[in-house]
Design a protein around this ligand. Structure first.
Ligand code: 5GP
Length: 195
């Protein structure tokens, strides 16, 4: 089906969910399947590039100096030190503009701290929190990602608890108990907001 944008020509869609909620797959599916054109905002980060990640595709990988310089210049809509490990993440304002230029919605896949800031700046943003089916599934998914050390896994698990506590700040909460069902539910939400 051809991508279309509804009466709300421009919208910011924020999707958050703890590590292990299955967010990455949901994001990919939504970009491919949504009837509204979703332009994924490419975040900037100071964390090391993982194997297979391409600069400018997965993230804009910046040094800490570059990140701080751009933050001080006012280039970011929001920034957050996501896992308390000294690595910064942020949404560049230019990514919002890129979505507008491409006649799509800006699709932000960011953590809860960042999402709360976006809600302040754009109270009309459509915000969705993806709930893992259970904490056990979340932990298992985290552990299956062989690239992370035990320390990283523990830090990410602590973060899972913090994020779950703020889930009710979002417009919608969707449980990722079944991938197809969760994607359909989000597509329906998006559809409702594009009429
Ligand atoms: P990764 O596994 O890629 O190191 O970390 C992903 C985490 O950082 C996820 O929780 C994701 O939502 C968050 N994140 C990615 N980009 C941004 C961003 O631009 N801003 C904020 N606040 N969080 C981000």
């Amino acid at each position: 089906m051809a991508a279309r944008v509804g009466r709300n020509d421009f919208q910011i869609l924020v999707l958050s969910g703890p590590s292990g909620s299955g967010k990455t797959t949901v994001v990919e599916r939504l970009i491919n399947e949504s009837t509204v054109k979703l332009v994924k905002a490419i975040s900037a980060t100071t964390r090391p590039q993982r194997k297979g990640e391409v600069d400018g595709v997965a993230y804009y990988f910046l040094t800490t100096d570059e990140f701080v310089k751009r933050r001080d210049q006012g280039d970011f809509l929001e920034t957050a030190e996501v896992f308390g490990a000294g690595y910064w993440y942020g949404t560049l304002k230019s990514e919002i503009q890129r979505a507008k230029d491409n006649q799509g919605w800006a699709f932000l896949e960011i953590d809860v701290q960042g999402a709360l800031k976006v809600m302040e700046i754009y109270p009309e943003a459509l915000t969705i929190f993806l709930q893992p089916p259970s904490l056990e599934v979340c932990e298992q998914r985290l552990r299956n990602r062989a690239t992370d050390s035990e320390e990283t896994i523990q830090r990410r698990l602590r973060k899972v608890h913090e994020e779950l506590a703020l889930a009710d700040r979002y417009c919608y909460q969707v449980v990722n108990d079944d991938l197809d069902r969760a994607v359909d539910e989000i597509k329906t939400i998006i559809g409702k907001h594009s009429l």
